[in-house]
Structures are given as C-alpha cells and as structure tokens.
Design a protein around this ligand. Sequence first.
Ligand SMILES: [Mn+2]
Length: 336
Amino acid sequence: MIPFDQDRDCMEAAKLIESWDDVLVVCHANPDGDALGSMLGLVRGLRSMGKRAGWYCADPVPGKFAYLVENLPELDFTPAHVLTVDVADQKLLGDAWEKFGDKIELAIDHHGTHKPFAPARWVCGEYAATAEMIWCLLDMMGYNPQKAHPSQEDLKTAQCIYTGVATDTGCFLFQNTTWFSHMVAASIQRIGVDVSEINRGLFETKSLAYFQAERRMLEGMELFGGGKAAMALLPQSLYAETGAREDEVDAAVGQLRQIEGVLVGVSIKEKPSGEIKASLRTNPPANASAIAQRFGGGGHAGAAGCTLDGMDMAQARLAMMRACEDYLAELEEANG
Ligand SMILES: [Mn+2]
C-alpha cells in the first residue's frame, strides 16, 4: 500500500501512535481541506480503534467543511501525546504552538519545504495530500474500512480522507496528482462514499456573492512578464463590498494560470489584520515554491504562498511582479 519507499517512516509513525492513548491531532491555522481531512480522518480512525483521540485547530472549521467534523466532540480531555498533520512550519500552528507546542512528538506532512519542529517525523513530498499518508497510516495500524459492511463512522473517516486528497489535487487536476491519489480515491469510492456529492460541494457550488467578487477580481487582473504571469489583487474591500467568503475568493487564484500562455498566477491578498499575503499557482516548468521562497514562504511546485512583511498592497504588487519577472527570466535562461 505504501507507494514511495517510505514504509519505514510510516511504520515508525504507526508504532509510535499505537503505543499512545489520549492523543491530540493538530493541523495548521487557516485550515484547508487537507489539513482538516487529515486531522479529522485520523481522529476518527483512532477512535474506531478504541483510542481516546481529539483534535485542535487554531481557527474555526469553514462552513463548507462542517460535514467533516459532524459528531466529533471538541477536545474534552488532557492530551498525553500530540502530533501534527499537514503542518510545514511551526509558524503555521497559530495558538496551537503556545498551547501544545512542548507536547508535539510527531509531525506527518507532505510539504517538501517542511521545517522540522517535531522530534519524530514522517515527511514526504511525493504525496499529493497528507490525507493519503493518513490513509496509509491507518492501514498500517490495522484499521481496515475496506470491509464488506463499513459503519457510518467508517464512511465518515473515508469522507475526511477523500476531502483531503480531492482538495489538495484540485479534484485530481493538479500536476501533483499521482496514481496513488487515484488509488486512495478508488478505495474510498469502493466502500460506498458518494464522492460526486462531496465534489459538487467542494468544487462546483459557489455563492452568488463569490461570482460578483470574481467579476471584480478579473476586471482588475493584470498580465505581465510577456504574458507569462497574471496577477489579481484581493483587498479587504472586495470581501466587504461583495459579501463573498474569503475561502471562496482565495481559491480563485487557480483561475489565473488557466489563461493560455500563463505560467505563473499570483494573487495579493490583504488580510483583516492588514498583513499582505501572496498565493501562487503555476504551470510546469514554473515552480510556485521557488518564487514564494524568495519571500520566506514555501509550498509545492504548483501551489505556494508567502507573507509580504512590512509592505502595503501597492508595494507588494510591485515586489511580487519583480520577483515573478526575475524568476521567469531565469527559467527561460535555464531552459535555453
Ligand atoms: Mn496538504
């Protein structure tokens, strides 16, 4: 079942967790589908195996992911062991770092840019989603939902894992999608999870306010770098004036690289705190993470992000344009 010669790391992680009880699983702040799906899928799996397990995220679960957390209580015990899932850097933990940082024993993560903060780690950049690793881990620990009559709870666990894989692969469209992503999805569909219903909720249904925000975003979009890069600005006023939800608008950055000839799509977002964040989505051979790293950020080849410290929107726009143009020029040089 383990696809990337990681049997040992997976087994070590499984052994460690098997020896634990009263386990707390933590994901990163501002959680996405993979963070929540990995965390809640693991918690559900551990509970099915008779362990006391709870979860913590520094930020609330977005409404569109509410089904993942159904029937799962908030943390109602004092954890003895803590592990993190999908967390590439302790900075991303939010207040979970102050609350549980000294108790973290294990990190499971699929970010190639992972900055070690836990004493034990299973980190592998080959997996499209951390949820794929959790599916392997549960399998390794003897949790087998692929039985003939899965319980409602088994189906819920599988829904969590599917959500993680589907969101991090852009519904199996992104370049990070592997045969193993499809295999995990296939095994989940086989036990009876209605994936088309999940897909509709995650990828198709959008609020009317979102379409209004999208129209404004596209109106203000700029092409640069000889047509190889596209940028959109997402000021707080965009959310305030259209009523669109941040998580819906944030995902729109993916559209920029759909423009023919565009290798780098980037959005510059103003957070409520005034902090400026950039999200990058690239097509090969461009590497989003390589650009984000110039600003101390990181991520994956196709999707990455960074914070533009001490800049306002206008400064961030210029700095990011310059970084993208420099990067594209270097890329052109390297590829002849
Ligand atoms: Mn992830």
